[in-house]
Ligand binder design. Sequence first.
Ligand code: FAQ
Length: 309
Amino acid sequence: MTDGEQVFADTIAKDQRVEPRDWMPDGYRKTMIRQIAQHAHSEIIGMQPEGEWITRAPSLRRKAILLAKVQDEAGHGLYLYSAAETLGADRGDLTRRLIEGRQKYSSIFNYPTLSFADVGVIGWLVDGAAICNQVPLCRSSFGPYGRAMIRICKEESFHQRQGYELLMTMMGGTPAQREMVQDAVNRWWWPSLMMFGPPDDQSPNSAQSMAWKIKRHSNDELRQRFVDMSVPQAEALGVTLPDPELAWNTERGHYDYGTPDWDELKRVISGDGPCNAQRIAHRRRADEDGAWVREAAAAHAAKRAGVPA
Ligand code: FAQ
C-alpha cells in the first residue's frame, strides 16, 4: 500500500472526511463526480415541473412561496456543481453531458405537473423522499458534498413543510380540491418510491459506495424509511396511498408495501419517460440563451486579470 492509499483507508475507517487536496482512488473520484453531477442536474431539471406553475399560482402568497422554492433548487444545483469542481470536473462539461444525454438526473422530474395540487405533492412526497435520502448524505465521506448537503437538507425541510401545508389547506377546501389532491397523490406515489433507485439486488453501485461511506444506507433501507414516514402523514392528511398491499407488519416493525414497476423506472432513466424530451429541450434552450452572458462574464474576468483578448 502506498502512503496515499493508507491515509485514504484510515480516513474512511475513522469516519473522517476526504478533502479535495487528499489522495483518493480514481474510482472514488469518478463515483463522487458521477453522483454529485447527477444530483446537481436533478436540482436544475427539478426546477421545471414546479416552475411551470409560478405564473399560474392561485394567490400572491403561493406565488412568492413557489418562487422561493424554485430559486432554492437553483442554489442547490450551484452548491453541487461547485462541489464537483473541487474534484476537477468542469461545470460547462457537466452541463454538456446532461444535455447530450450522457449523464443522468432523477427519474422523478420526467413526470408532468397537471394541477396546482402537484406542487403540494411534490413538496410533501418528492422533497420528503429527497430528505430521507439526503440526511444520511450529510455524513458522506467526501467533505464538500457532505457540507453542501447540510444546507440543502435544511432548505428541503422547508420545502416539505410548505407542500404539506398547501395540501392541508386544499384538503380543508371543496370536494373538487380534495379530488385534485388525491389524484396528484395517485400519480406521484410510485415515482417517489423509485427515486431511491433500483432494489438492492439490482443496484450495481451500492456495495462500493457503502464501503467508501459515500452512501450510508442501501436503496431499499431508505425506501422503507420513507414508506414508514409517509403512511401516518397520509392518514393525517386524509388521502389514500395507491397501494392495496400497504399494511403494518408487527413482526418487522415496518409497513409492507407493493413492488414498484421497475421496468417503468428503467424506461424513464433511459430517456423514455413522459417528459424526458421536453425537460432536456428546455435545459438546452436555457443553456443556449445564456451563452452570451457566460461569454461576457468570461471576457470581463479576463480583462480584469489583464489577459489580452
Ligand atoms: N433516477 O447502483 P444504483 C432533488 C441510476 S432529489 C435516475 O443504485 P447509486 C431535490 C444510478 O445513477 C433527486 N437514475 O446507483 C428536489 C445508476 O446509474 P449510473 C436527486 C437513477 O448511485 C426536490 C443506476 O441507476 N437526489 O433533486 C435513479 O448507488 C424537488 C444504478 O443505480 C440525488 O441525486 C433514479 N431514481 O444510487 C429538486 C441524491 N436511481 O450512474 C427539485 C444523491 C438510480 O451507474 C424539486 N444520489 N439511478 O449510470 C443518490 O443517493 C444515489 O445516486 C441514488 C442511486 C440513490 C439516486
